[in-house]
Ligand binder design. Structure first.
Ligand code: HEM
Length: 381
């Protein structure tokens, strides 16, 4: 039987495995669309933007923030995305963000240290993700709490529009406030700043395009990175022996990050719309159908990852995990997200006797964005 949204949100993995056993794609009544659960099929869909596009009026984010790289395909997508690629390259993003991210993750953990306990999603992961995006947008003068307030109002507006309600005033005001703050930054941006680097990109964008794409950075960079760090902390502290192994062998830190992403990608699905009739395995997809790529499902395909439900620091092919998607929309911020996560983990490992308070913590959950709501930990003095 096709799973409900509640089942896909709580623990999708047994349902995804059952679907996968029947074929790489299945109709899911509750989504009113197809779900792609096989690794090869997921890759093929994400790489073929002519057949599986994001450019569809049902994509509600664009109704709130206007067209952006997230909601376009083909040459228009390439034009909107291109100025962000070089500033987010491994070398450029390291050069621009590394000092801040290193310092901020160390500061957050050392501020918590004397307390001997913390909730890691809201007290480490969220603040690190939000302050890194604040730096990217050149909004250091805006308190993180205010930026998060705008962000939440815009996310709520997207949720309301998705549910068929009118665009709420609060979402609109928040988007305008973000817009004027970013415009101010842009007016004085020098080539040395991150946004200045974007602006000087070969095919600079106009003001409205710049704004919708910077809003995408907020969408792309806060919730997901917060989830990525919180989920990693959850895995490191719940999977037997992993914490000790990482302390003994820090060379395995990157493997832990990738394996955590594989098992619980922070964005569990990406949506596409079929532009023509097409088959995936036995699934007969019709033009206009919603095609939901389950990154969580693809990441546990036993054809690529043997014994896929097991957390294994020594997998040979971890870089084949698809948490950052693939193809033309592959995550622009993936190097920065990995770097933030690595810094957060390094600092956490420095807390002696670190352990998770199981009875006060929760498991990863969520239909689209998955993360543990609460990762309560304590450590010794
Ligand atoms: C520094 C943090 C991050 C930034 C600035 C960022 C930014 C972006 C942007 C701008 C896009 C749109 C690219 C396009 O459509 O061409 C994107 C796509 C994506 N990002 Fe990220 N991201 C970040 C972190 C993450 C994290 C932590 C995850 C998950 C673990 C993630 C998963 C994705 C996925 C799955 C897509 C593809 C969406 C699609 O294909 O529809 N991102 N990201």
């Amino acid at each position: 039987m096709s799973p409900s949204l509640a089942e896909l949100s709580a623990d999708p993995h047994p349902h995804l495995a059952a679907m996968r056993a029947a074929g790489p794609a299945a109709w899911v009544e509750a989504l009113d669309g197809w779900m792609v659960v096989g690794h090869a099929a997921a890759l093929a869909v994400m790489r073929d933007a002519d057949t599986f596009t994001v450019d569809d009026p049902r994509f509600t984010t664009s109704r709130v923030i206007g067209p952006s790289m997230l909601s376009t395909d083909g040459p228009e997508h390439a034009r909107l995305r291109q100025p962000f690629v070089a500033p987010f390259s491994p070398r450029a993003s390291r050069a621009y963000f590394s000092e801040f991210v290193r310092g901020e993750s160390a500061r957050l953990v050392s501020d918590l240290r004397p307390r001997g306990e913390a909730e890691l999603r809201t007290e480490l992961a969220g603040p690190l993700a939000a302050s890194s995006m604040r730096l990217a947008l050149g909004l250091e003068r805006i308190p993180v709490a205010e930026l998060l307030g705008w962000y939440r109002a815009i996310v709520q507006a997207v949720a309301d529009v998705t549910a068929g309600q009118p665009l709420p005033e609060l979402g609109l005001t928040a988007y305008q406030a973000l817009g004027s703050a970013v415009s101010e930054t842009l007016a004085s941006a020098s080539g040395e700043t991150f946004l200045g680097g974007v602006l000087s990109g070969a095919q600079a964008l106009d003001q409205a395009e710049m704004l919708s794409n910077t809003a995408v950075l907020l969408f792309g960079g806060i919730e997901t990175t917060e989830g990525m760090i919180a989920t990693l902390a959850h895995h490191v502290l719940t999977e037997p022996g992993v914490l000790d192994e990482l302390r003994e062998n820090p060379d395995l830190l990157d493997a832990a990050i990738e394996e955590s992403l594989r098992l619980e990608p922070a964005a569990a699905v990406v949506d596409r719309y079929a532009t023509r009739d097409v088959e995936i395995g036995d699934a007969q997809i019709r033009k206009g159908d919603l095609v939901v790529v389950s990154l969580a499902g693809a990441n546990r395909d036993p054809a690529v990852f043997p014994d896929p439900d097991r957390f294994d620091l020594h997998r040979a092919d971890l870089r084949r995990q698809l948490a950052f998607a693939q193809g033309p929309h592959v995550c622009v911020g993936l190097h920065l997200a990995r770097f933030e996560t690595r810094c957060a983990l390094e600092n956490l490992l420095g807390l002696p006797g670190l352990e998770r308070e199981a009875e006060r913590s929760t498991e990863p959950a969520g239909l689209v964005f998955r993360k543990p709501d609460t990762v309560r930990v304590r450590w010794g003095a």
